[in-house]
Ligand binder design. Structure first.
Ligand code: NAD
Ligand code: TDX
Length: 332
């Protein structure tokens, strides 16, 4: 039984991971989260206060980070600015949080000799051609496209350097696109579901041929816990669930599951530098860590996600209009 410091634990995947820890281990958790527009105290509602504490603060605050790391047995680092479209409008918060925040954390774990796990994305590898049979592996060179993915790539490199040069007990994981409950309505799947629920049309960038490799957030959390328990220090683990689908197909599936005509959506301005395709080869992680995704039926995962947004209007309605206003400004 130990004490985990989970950064970004009031966000989408971080809060999913905190719930996973409380349900499946005896660890207690301190969440360090700045509660930006993407963080929400309500994401941790109902959790046992004796095992889960929220500290509202910034991962770039070296003094605060140092004191929290000193009291922890391990750090799991989810906190980030996470949305590509925002990074194209204003890259600075991405440089600040993703680079300086990660630097602040690796300095603190170096100082205290604390186990560190860094959560990252497959976007660090850039993109693949649509007709290329290849997938990303641990050996794929970094080639990020956006301010978001380049700052995540930089944060990965900081962690790797701190492991090699200073002996930090760190691991990394790069995961594919997550979906599920509690995802902010700025992201593709919840944006389209909540558009339908609020009586407006879904918005597809370009022709919708871009491919993403979907994994349920519950599966991501279980894999991160396995890396924490059994990962080899210094290693990078790729996490994916063989969930490739193009955006047009995903959107049509959402419309069909919600009882709407499959062509009832708008084509909007494409994302600048829009990555074509992501695909993770997660075989090595599965074999070495004995982890297997449980949500292998994407359509049933989508159906559950639609049900969650239908039943939790109070969670997303307060931020929906402001999110759509930002998109309207960008013609999206
Ligand atoms: P999110 O935007 O939903 O949550 C991010 C959380 O970090 C929020 O609670 C926010 O308040 C907090 N935060 C932001 N800046 C902070 C700061 N300076 N100090 C403290 N807290 C801060 O993001 P998410 O989708 O849950 O992603 C979590 C992590 O997983 C990120 O590192 C992201 O790169 C990675 N990831 C995400 C996906 C995906 O599909 N969403 C896929 C692979 C990897
Ligand atoms: O309204 C939309 N219409 C649309 O067609 C939005 C918001 C997105 N899209 C497209 C762009 C992408 O091809 O859908 C795809 C998915 O978009 P996002 O949900 O913004 O995800 P993506 O850019 O692929 O990045 C996500 O996965 C990797 C997460 O946001 C990152 O944090 C993670 O690292």
């Amino acid at each position: 039984m130990g004490k985990l410091l989970v950064t970004g634990g009031a966000g989408f995947i971080g809060s999913n991971f905190v719930r996973h820890i409380l349900e499946n281990t005896e660890h207690s958790v301190t969440v360090l989260d700045k509660l930006t527009y993407a963080g929400n105290r309500a994401n941790l509602d109902g959790l046992d206060p004796r095992r889960c504490e929220l500290v509202a603060g910034d991962i770039t605050d070296a003094e605060l980070v140092d004191s929290l790391v000193r009291d922890s047995d391990a750090v799991v680092h989810f906190a980030a600015e996470s949305h590509n479209d925002n990074s194209l409008r204003d890259p600075w918060p991405f440089v600040h949080t993703n680079l300086i925040g990660t630097y602040t954390l690796v300095e603190a774990v170096r100082h205290h000799g604390t186990r560190f796990h860094h959560v990252s994305t497959d976007e660090v590898f850039g993109d693949l051609e649509l007709d290329d049979p290849a997938k990303f592996t641990e050996e794929t060179p970094y080639n990020p496209s956006s301010p978001y993915s380049s700052t995540k790539a930089g944060s990965d490199l900081l962690v790797r350097a701190w492991v090699r040069s200073f002996g930090v007990a760190g691991t990394l994981s790069n995961c594919s696109n997550n979906y599920g409950p509690y995802q902010h309505v700025e992201k593709f799947i919840p944006r389209q579901i909540t558009n339908v629920l609020s009586g407006s049309k879904p918005k597809l960038y370009g022709a919708g041929h871009n491919v993403r490799d979907w994994i349920h957030a519950d599966d991501h959390s279980a894999a991160v816990l396995r890396v924490l328990e059994a990962g080899e220090i210094g290693r990078t683990y790729l996490i994916g669930a063989d969930g490739e689908a193009d955006n047009l197909t995903v959107l049509r599936t959402i419309l069909r599951l919600m009882g709407r005509p499959e062509d009832e959506f708008d084509h909007v301005t494409d994302r600048a530098g829009h990555d074509l395709r992501y695909a993770i080869d997660g075989e090595r992680t599965r074999q070495e860590l004995g982890w297997e995704p449980q949500f292998t039926d994407f359509e049933s995962g989508l159906r559950n996600t639609i049900e969650w947004y239908t039943e939790h209007r109070d969670w997303w309605e307060p931020v929906k209009e402001a999110t759509e206003a930002k998109y309207r400004e960008a013609g999206q």
